[in-house]
Design a protein around this ligand. Structure first.
Ligand code: MG
Length: 490
């Protein structure tokens, strides 16, 4: 791999930007070239699969990335419009494939798009692999000799293989017997090509909303928030459906609406899955099954996992790191509170359709409605705030931001021991990603507050969770004031 650090291009989920603003054809072609060179240096050859979501600019960016890849000597296989997990599955299950590219900006507004590079096993890239591409992008690379420029192929049927894989990892017969009435909302994104068909094969009565591909997202914006899904929730309740299922734009995430039309938060569905997967693992003879989740996930996950006899490992925020710790520790399940879940029985990346199939499986095998499953999860209350330090940047860029962040976090850690006077006593601290303080609480309920600098914006995020809303808000407010006093001294 190329040494020395280059400016950072990749965020937590690939490179994203406004089309023909921060991300254009020239940029995309250079990314393709850098990826091809990186792969050829590491593997001696490069075969790359590429697919897109439904955005208007996806074909333009795909063609540019393909051009760069071919120029760098890679063989390119275009698998067309697919959900991100379908592209990842296709890459991971092609033994000759060294990597993949997904053209998507996930849940961002329609003017955005992005490029996400995938490892040979279909997982999201480790940071070192991304750094190699970044270093090459900013260095003096050129295309391959004219005799070595790559070949281009089109492959049909990637989504069919992916759908079969989901069905093979699901208890299809148990779900079929229940003939669930399901509202599926694809947010006009890539799941339009797959999820309604998977649900049909699961014997569901399928009513689809926003399941025609449209990069303008006419139904609602492609982030499946409670607000964006208000109409969908109304349809679930009024049509007497058993469940509402909604994906984000590239369908690596899924959120649910119960039979009453109530939005189920991502932390609650994460806890339902964790509880079920640990119980299944224990039944199959695994002792102390491991569940992996990010440091900002609800304590409800720990509560249900330890009650079932499993153990939770916390990681930094972001699905690539959750997936890598799952692989390292042989975890049965992992995910985050944003609707992104990873079932290791199928593969080590987020998969929205797998989440949907698994939730139906849980309802079928337990005989419980979604509202009943949600009611089994301990209730916690959350609050959020932030401290803005953009005025300290004085027009300086990313490097100044990272210097301020580091100084702030150093000062915060030192000051917590001596100068922090909360109206609660601190009983524990974790520094996996930012600083998470556990404070006194009643019974088995856990109260905590997490202070963490944003990776992309000049703000310090403060998030809390508590047994009641008032405590959650007080924690954010008291820590927010303390963080501001430290920021003023920088
Ligand atoms: Mg997504």
């Amino acid at each position: 791999m190329v040494k020395d650090k280059a400016p950072r291009l990749f965020g937590t989920n690939g490179v994203r930007g406004v089309v023909n603003g921060t991300i254009d054809a020239q940029f995309a072609a250079r990314m393709g070239l850098a990826f091809a060179v990186s792969l050829r240096r590491r593997f001696g050859r490069a075969r790359v699969k590429i697919g897109t979501d439904t955005r208007l600019s996806s074909e333009m960016l795909k063609s540019a990335v393909v051009s760069g890849l071919l120029s760098g000597g890679a063989e390119v296989v275009d698998i067309g419009m697919c959900p991100s997990p379908s592209i990842q599955y296709s890459v991971g299950n092609d033994m000759d494939c060294n990597g993949g590219v997904i053209i998507t900006a996930s849940h961002n507004p329609p003017q955005f798009n992005g490029i996400k590079c995938i490892s040979a096993d279909g997982t999201e890239m480790a940071r070192e692999e991304e750094e190699d591409i970044e270093r090459l992008f900013f260095s003096d690379i050129s295309g391959a000799d004219w005799t070595e420029t790559g070949n281009f192929f089109v492959e049909e049927g990637a989504n069919n293989s992916y759908m079969d894989a989901i069905l093979s990892a699901t208890d299809v017969e148990a779900i079929k017997k229940r003939k669930f009435r399901v509202i599926i909302d694809c947010s006009n994104g890539a799941a339009s090509c797959t999820s309604p068909y998977i649900l049909e094969k699961l014997g569901c009565i399928v009513i689809s909303l926003n399941c025609h591909p449209d990069g303008l997202f006419p139904g609602h914006m492609s982030e499946p928030t409670e607000e964006n899904l208000r109409d969908t929730a109304g349809v679930v309740a009024s049509l007497g459906a058993d469940i509402g299922i909604a994906h984000d734009g590239d369908a690596d995430r899924t959120v649910f609406i119960d039979e009453n039309g109530t939005y189920v938060s991502g932390n609650v569905s994460l806890s339902i899955f964790a509880k079920y997967e640990v119980a299944l693992a224990i039944k199959s003879g695994i002792e102390r099954p491991v569940v992996v989740t990010a440091i900002d996930s609800s304590s409800a996950v720990e509560d249900v996992v330890s009650e079932e006899g499993g153990v939770v490992r916390h990681t930094k925020i972001g699905s690539p790191v959750v997936a890598r710790v799952m692989m390292r520790d042989g975890a049965v399940f992992g995910g985050e509170g944003n609707g992104g879940t990873i079932f290791s029985s199928l593969h080590y990346f987020r998969d929205g359709a797998m989440s949907a199939a698994k939730m139906l499986e849980i309802m079928a095998t337990t005989g419980k409605k979604l509202s009943e499953l949600a009611a089994e999860i301990p209730v916690y209350y959350q609050a959020k705030g932030s401290v803005d330090y953009s005025s300290l940047l004085k027009g300086r860029g990313v490097e100044a931001m990272s210097e301020i962040k580091n100084r702030f976090m150093g000062k915060l850690e030192n000051s917590i021991e001596n100068d922090l006077h909360l109206s609660f006593s601190v009983i524990g601290k974790k520094t996996i990603d930012g600083i998470k303080l556990y404070v006194e609480s009643r019974g088995s309920c856990k109260n905590w507050v997490l202070v963490r600098p944003s990776g992309t914006e000049p703000i310090i995020r403060v998030a809390s969770e508590a047994c009641d809303q008032e405590t959650a808000e007080r924690l954010v407010s008291e820590i927010g004031v303390f963080a501001l006093s430290i920021m003023k001294k920088i």
